[in-house]
Write a protein of this length. Structure first.
Length: 377
């Protein structure tokens, strides 16, 4: 057994109705909060108003920054940080899906660290902390509530890469499965597959340790047994609880083990063409795994069995069947990627995502990556 280290100081508050604790958790960190959220979903669901009421009940003044977008941009983070500083906010609350949580983390970090956030992402500068952060996820996909990552896109270069800093681990993550149940089916399919990919990639990772293996395998099992059922029957409360927990497990697993080639190849595509992350993974993962099984047959056999298959030989088939069941069969071209993008994506993958590619059981060459992109088109 290899030596390992696992460090993740996050307070996970899991359960139905736990959103009611938001005000009390936020009050631990001061009396001026900034909610980071998107433009519409938390408003339409009533969650934003509910959060404002809970915070007001605890005597907390609140500023709302509602400009976080899918695939959050560095410029949005900068604007959010300036808003937080201008209003002398003492705590940041991320209210929404994975992109909103990532944006929230980066805002909390940038409010305490001046300069281009990509200078910190690429190690040109070292951070010195972040504002306290509370996360309330509304989608069960990224697991961002359970790790130290914040995935961002650089406006100019289209580089998509993670800020990784223990300072952006949430002081508390309130994980309430009830909040997930307003997701449209296409969103559920996309985020559910993203969560599955986190678990599969953490398990396949070259740096997987016993702790992350336990989390990853249980996450795969929970998604394999429940995602399709929930997709077909939104009244399945136990199913919602299970896939929500699996998403958090996936986020915790990649915190130590990292992601692998599917994410490494997807980020250039969604950074360039602003495509939905889970759909990009759906286009790429079966193609990547078809070329990877021989490098880790025992692990692919375990994944297959947890998803209803028999051995490593049918693993890719089982994943494609799952994608069909949840309406997520797609290709890169269907998501807006063009044939002329392949050269740029290949170069970007090796310049920006080389660590993820090297973390995969089979380490791909540039020519192999180019072939994967072409096949996924």
């Amino acid at each position: 057994m290899n030596d390992f280290q696992y460090y993740l100081p996050v307070n996970l508050i899991f359960g139905r109705g736990k959103t009611e604790l938001l005000g009390k958790e936020a009050a631990k960190y001061g009396k001026r909060a900034m909610i980071v959220t998107g433009r519409s979903s938390t408003k339409e669901s009533g969650l934003l108003d509910r959060a404002l009421t809970l915070l007001k009940k605890e005597g907390i003044e609140t500023v709302v920054f509602d400009k976080a977008e899918p695939n959050p941009l560095a410029s949005t983070v900068k604007e959010g940080a300036e808003t937080a500083k201008k209003n002398k906010c003492s705590v940041i609350i991320g209210l929404g899906g994975g992109s909103i949580m990532d944006c929230s983390k980066a805002v909390a970090f940038s409010a305490c660290n001046d300069g281009n956030i990509f200078d910190f992402i690429y190690g040109k500068k070292k951070g010195t902390g972040a504002l306290p952060l509370i996360l309330v996820p509304t989608t069960c996909g990224t697991g961002s509530e359970g790790n130290s990552f914040a995935v961002l896109t650089d406006d100019a270069s289209k580089d998509k890469k993670s800020l990784r800093d223990h300072a952006v681990i949430a002081k508390a993550s309130i994980i309430d499965p009830e909040l997930m149940e307003t997701m449209p089916k296409p969103v559920l399919a996309s985020v559910g597959f993203d969560a599955l990919c986190h678990c599969m990639e953490a398990y396949l990772s070259r740096t997987c340790c016993p702790v992350t293996e336990l989390l990853a395998l249980e996450g795969i099992r929970l998604i394999g047994e429940n995602l399709v059922n929930v997709y077909e029957d939104y009244s399945d409360k136990d199913g919602w609880d299970s896939i929500t927990l699996a998403s958090t497990f996936g986020g915790m697993a990649i915190n130590q083990a990292g992601v692998a080639a599917p994410h490494g190849l997807e980020h250039p595509a969604s950074g360039l063409r602003n495509i939905t992350h889970g759909r990009g993974l759906a286009a790429l993962t079966p193609v990547v795994y078809a070329r990877s099984v021989a490098a880790a047959p025992v692990k692919f056999a375990r994944i297959s069995s947890l998803l209803g298959g028999r051995s490593e030989k049918d693993c890719v088939k089982v994943i494609r069947r799952l994608l069909k069941w949840i309406g997520l069969e797609t290709s890169l071209s269907a998501e807006g990627v063009k044939a002329e993008d392949v050269e740029w994506m290949t170069e970007n993958a090796f310049r920006v995502s080389s660590a993820s590619i090297k973390n995969h059981p089979k380490v791909f060459t540039k020519e192999e990556v180019k072939a994967i992109y072409k096949e996924a088109l």
